[in-house]
Design a protein around this ligand. Structure first.
Ligand SMILES: C[S@@+](CC[C@H](N)C(=O)[O-])C[C@H]1O[C@@H](n2cnc3c(N)ncnc32)[C@H](O)[C@@H]1O
Length: 198
């Protein structure tokens, strides 16, 4: 979809094909989209989508920008790979970069910062910061209201929510506790609570 609205993500500048062990000769021809910042770890084969991860190539201090979403584009439809940026049914984007490989964690180390104009949107380190070699993870319900594809969470956090389907089924307190809650999710949750008379 074409977008000239500064509030919407621009068209992707660079095409992105999701790298896999199959299309990169077992990772040998994989070229990171953000060299020096993070790179994909494909993990063991045949262990499902959670085995691939995005690994930090350096430390990031609390609040530091890890990467801008400068190659993101409007998604044609909500998908396992899309990120919700607003309250509308069509408010989803595709990241078109290795950021796609960020897994969910119930104790995340980064957030999607979707405040202000689309050109400023970024992935930002949360308060605990990120150490080189750690997987970059964000709390998917901080941006996703009702996910296209829910899953059983394997993050291993002591307060793991176990089943991740989006913010719709979580309390505001549970959402706020993880850090990085997007404004559109807060708005949808407040709307849901008031429609239920709570
Ligand atoms: C955008 S992908 C994230 C990258 C993923 N590793 C991949 O290779 O596509 C989202 C999918 O990864 C898997 N995933 C991410 N975080 C997970 C977690 N904490 N536990 C289990 N599966 C997870 C789920 O299948 C989810 O639909």
């Amino acid at each position: 979809m074409l977008s000239n609205d500064p509030l919407l993500p621009p068209d992707p500048i660079r095409p992105y094909v999701k790298p896999t062990p199959e299309n990169t000769h077992g990772g040998k021809t994989y070229t990171p989209t953000h060299p020096g910042l993070f790179q994909v770890d494909f993990g063991p084969r045949d262990e499902g989508e959670y085995s691939s991860r995005l690994i930090a190539c350096r430390d990031f201090s609390p609040g530091e920008i890890v990467a801008s979403l400068d190659n993101a584009s409007l998604a044609n439809e909500k998908a396992y790979s899309s990120v919700q940026f607003g309250p509308g049914v069509g408010d989803h984007l595709e990241l078109n970069s290795d950021l796609l490989f960020m897994n969910h964690s119930c104790s995340p180390n980064v957030m999607m910062d979707l405040t202000g104009q689309a050109e400023k949107w970024c992935v930002r380190a949360l308060d605990k910061g990120v150490k080189k070699g750690e997987p970059l993870t964000f709390f998917y319900p901080s941006t996703e209201w009702d996910m296209a594809q829910g899953f059983e969470c394997h993050c291993g956090a002591s307060d793991c929510l176990k089943t991740i389907t989006g913010a719709k089924s979580l309390s505001l307190a549970a959402l706020e506790r993880r850090g990085g809650l997007s404004e559109h999710i807060r708005m949808l949750k407040e709307r849901q609570l008031s429609s239920e008379g709570r």
